[in-house]
Ligand binder design. Structure first.
Ligand code: AMP
Length: 384
């Protein structure tokens, strides 16, 4: 199946061709026809599956029809105020920025306007963009509610609402904020909800906000992850982890690596230790200011910093190519997170290495991960 078969309009097909995509991903094939029909949707999909385009393309197509129609009226559309007609809510600033970038890329020939708002930075430029009028708003919950309370944002005209990474939203304690936002949305709307996992609370939330939703699911990442990512495991004392990490970073073919730690505090500590050993590393987590996070990510993308030490929450929004290695300095408590983490390497068909450290107190986490993977991770050694 080609993108043309999905009945997408030429301005979108043009943008897709410019991105170099050949064929739609499974979630795109499944989701796009239903979304163009106006149906609600529950999508069980992780990042890396092409889910952003799966919702962004139909959103743009549906809004474009309206813009095109009103342009034909006398006076054009330029002078009219443009209410927000599609809103995408995401848990983190990085993901919001990434989703907005997708709208920018796919929507460049549609004449539609979008903007992105999130906390941690001054609101003035965001307010200025909003005042010009936008068709699509990408937002994180805190700043959105803040600007709604100030009377700067109205959701009264929203026709399409996307709740992205809903499980992460709940983990981050955003459920009350989400409820407040939903109360302000018109009853008559199309709602899409995406979540990598389906715990009970997510199903409950889906039941309250979706109407007769179509459910789409993608193949779990584990099948794709296993093929081109070489996984290995070291049993190590927790006090020996940094030394082992340094050895790998200095000796092996590490070009660009992400190191995952369990907490933000540990991310800071490991970064300091690496810098002390003359390894260029930056910490990346949600306690950092937005500017510091943007700077760290830019340096990492450019290659002036080769190691990013991240907590899971921040890592959700990292979409950087050519990451040669992922280190699980600490094993995650949720097995799915392991799959998500190692999926940061080996993207777009490239090969990658995922190296995990397991200390005495992490055996239960390891068992859960191996159960999900359907087999053991090859053990490489016991200590540095
Ligand atoms: P996402 O799951 O939305 O974060 O997308 C993961 C990556 O896949 C992004 O870098 C997209 O640019 C890319 N992508 C999305 N759709 C396609 C496609 N049909 N073909 C190739 N790459 C794609």
């Amino acid at each position: 199946m080609q993108f043309e078969d999905l009945r997408l309009i030429e301005p979108l097909l043009q943008a897709i061709r410019a991105k170099g995509y050949d064929t739609p991903t499974p979630i795109q094939k499944q989701a796009i026809p239903h979304l163009l029909e106006g149906e609600d949707m529950f999508g069980c999909a992780q990042t890396g599956t092409g889910k952003t385009a799966a919702f962004a393309l139909p959103v743009l197509q549906k809004l474009h029809h309206y813009v095109a129609a009103s342009k034909n009226h006398k006076g054009g559309r330029r002078k009219q105020f443009r209410p927000i007609r599609a809103m995408i809510l995401t848990p983190t600033r990085e993901l919001a920025a990434q989703v907005a970038e997708n709208f920018h890329n796919y929507g460049c020939h549609t004449g539609l306007r979008h903007t992105v708002i999130f906390g941690g930075v001054r609101q003035t430029p965001q307010v200025r963009a909003l005042r010009k009028g936008v068709d699509v708003l990408v937002a994180t919950p805190g700043r959105l509610l803040d600007l709604m309370n100030q009377g700067i944002i109205s959701l009264a005209d929203v026709e399409m609402f996307v709740l992205d990474e809903a499980d992460r939203m709940l983990d981050m304690g955003f459920i009350h904020d989400i409820r407040k936002v939903i109360k302000q949305l018109p009853q008559q709307r199309q709602t899409l909800m995406f979540s990598a996992t389906m715990p009970r609370e997510i199903r409950k939330l889906a039941d309250t906000i979706l109407k007769n939703p179509v459910t789409v699911k993608t193949t779990p990442e584990k099948t794709t992850a296993a093929e081109n990512i070489a996984q290995s495991l070291y049993f190590v004392e927790s006090t020996g982890k940094t030394k082992l990490l340094e050895r790998h970073l200095k000796e092996s073919q590490v070009k660009r690596a992400i190191v995952f730690t369990r907490t933000k505090h540990r991310a800071n500590k490991v970064t300091k230790q690496l810098n002390h050993s003359r390894i260029s590393a930056e910490a990346f987590h949600s306690n950092k200011t937005q500017n510091a996070r943007t700077r760290a990510l830019e340096s990492f993308k450019k290659g002036s910093v080769s190691v990013l030490v991240a907590s899971d929450m921040a890592a959700r929004g990292i979409d950087v190519d050519n990451i040669s290695h992922v280190f699980n300095y600490d094993l995650p408590n949720e097995a799915e997170t392991y799959v998500h983490r190692i999926g940061r390497t080996g993207r777009a068909g490239a090969s990658g290495e995922a190296i995990s450290f397991c200390s005495n107190d992490e055996h239960k986490a390891l068992r859960d991960i191996e159960k999900l993977l359907g087999g053991p991770i090859p053990v490489q050694g016991d200590s540095p």
